[in-house]
Ligand binder design. Structure first.
Ligand SMILES: [Zn+2]
Length: 416
């Protein structure tokens, strides 16, 4: 089972000093900053997924996440060089897609098939996903009703995705493209997913991604996969777009899934309310100690005369100081907790996380983790503060996630 990590140019600065919070004055972002596969040993994923809208932006829509310079570097040198896979992570593969979420509201996808092929070819990708159009809806009951009960827009999007895939494969052959093509099947029920897969197989696809499953409940995903597996040719492999339900990875594998992608392990580090720091069997909340500098809420309070900048700074320093002392066996849990809660109160934080904070502090999970991030920066990984800590915690989560995945798959092996 291969895990692809969708790239969003999330890198960390190795020169960042956690105590002074300063960087090397010689730092050059593109040369010195590091990707997860350069920090975590071994790389925590089997490949990267790059999305055309993130690189190029959308015509008349969303801006690209890549700068002009990054885009040029990617196209000029190819993706393998851009992500420095020649130095670390040699075995990683790079997959491309069209980021269907970004144009889901449009009547039709926004790129031409030629533009998509150009993108995959010029970047030298290993795999390229056809342009698809998301269906927003799932209703298994429709399998027992007549075809006319299916919303017209859903049929339109499924047919369009298949037509685009046919055109994509035709041009892929004409141009003798080197990357491996992957189609996307969309549906609204188990039978409609299976129907899309059947049609894509007959067009000639040997790799098919299942799209639009992110909002589905796990039993619905499993029902659809079961139906798809009945229709699946033995040499065709399935990819799950945006799905990370590790507890079911052996079921997925049993239905023909050989790969999937997801940003969740990374993003939960700083987007989730509570599950910020992964462990093999669960997760912990990260300790929120935001920076005084750049905190807009605090600035407003100071301007209004409701808070004092100096006491905020003192509290911020206290939080970090006591936490480090606790880590080394000095300060007690209460002292750290008091400082963090007092600081949170000053910042006007409404959510009470004291129970969760206590749990994190008492367990000290960062002291047991063998990943390269935790070994290198220790207690700093558990602090929810700024991109350099938050992204490293995301990298740690990726390392734990890949270990969880390995463990689940081994469990499947021993069961057989
Ligand atoms: Zn770790």
């Amino acid at each position: 089972m291969q895990f692809y990590f969708p790239d969003s140019q999330d890198q960390v600065d190795p020169s960042f000093d956690f105590v002074t919070e300063r960087r090397s004055i010689h730092r050059v972002r593109q040369r010195d900053d590091r990707y997860a596969h350069e920090i975590i040993e071994p790389p925590p994923y089997d490949g990267l997924l790059i999305s055309k809208p993130i690189v190029d932006g959308l015509p008349g829509g969303t801006a690209a996440k890549y700068t002009e310079a990054q885009r040029n570097r990617l196209y000029r040198g190819g993706a393998r060089r851009f992500f420095r896979l020649d130095q670390r992570g040699e075995g990683l593969r790079i997959m491309g897609d069209c980021g269907a979420f970004t144009y889901v509201r449009e009547h039709k996808p926004v790129y031409t098939v030629e533009e998509v092929l150009d993108f995959y070819e010029e970047c030298g990708l290993d795999l390229g996903i056809t342009m698809d159009h998301l269906i927003f809806g799932y209703d298994a009951e429709l399998d027992t009703k007549s075809a006319s009960d299916v919303p017209e827009d859903w049929r339109f999007r499924q047919d369009l995705t298949i037509d685009l895939a046919a055109e994509f494969l035709r041009l892929h052959r004409v141009r003798k493209c080197r990357f491996e093509p992957m189609a996307v099947a969309h549906g609204w029920s188990p039978l409609s997913y299976a129907g899309a897969v059947t049609r894509l197989q007959s067009i000639g696809y040997r790799r098919i991604a299942l799209g639009g499953m992110v909002p589905l409940k796990t039993p619905d995903i499993l029902d659809s996969l079961k139906e798809v597996s009945v229709a699946l040719d033995p040499d065709v492999e399935l990819h799950l777009l945006g799905i990370t339900r590790t507890a079911h990875v052996q079921d997925f594998a049993g239905f023909g899934v050989t790969s999937f992608d997801s940003t969740s392990p990374f993003r939960q580090a700083f987007m989730d309310e509570r599950d910020n720091y992964y462990t093999l069997d669960g997760s912990f909340v990260a300790l929120r100690i935001p920076q005084v500098d750049g905190n807009t809420r605090l600035r407003r309070l100071v301007t209004a005369g409701l808070a004092d900048q100096r006491s905020a700074r003192r509290l911020e320093r206290d939080c970090l100081g006591r936490l480090r002392s606790y880590d080394e066996g000095g300060a007690g849990v209460e002292a750290v907790l008091d400082a963090i809660l007092e600081y949170a109160e000053l910042l006007g934080t409404s959510k009470d996380l004291s129970t969760e904070y206590r749990r994190t502090l008492e367990a000290k999970p960062w002291q047991q983790c063998p990943c390269t991030v935790c070994r290198k920066i220790g207690v700093e990984v558990i602090v929810f503060r700024g991109a350099d800590r938050n992204r490293r915690r995301g990298f740690h989560n990726l390392a734990v996630f890949s270990e969880r995945l390995r463990r689940e798959l081994e469990r499947a092996d021993t069961r057989v």
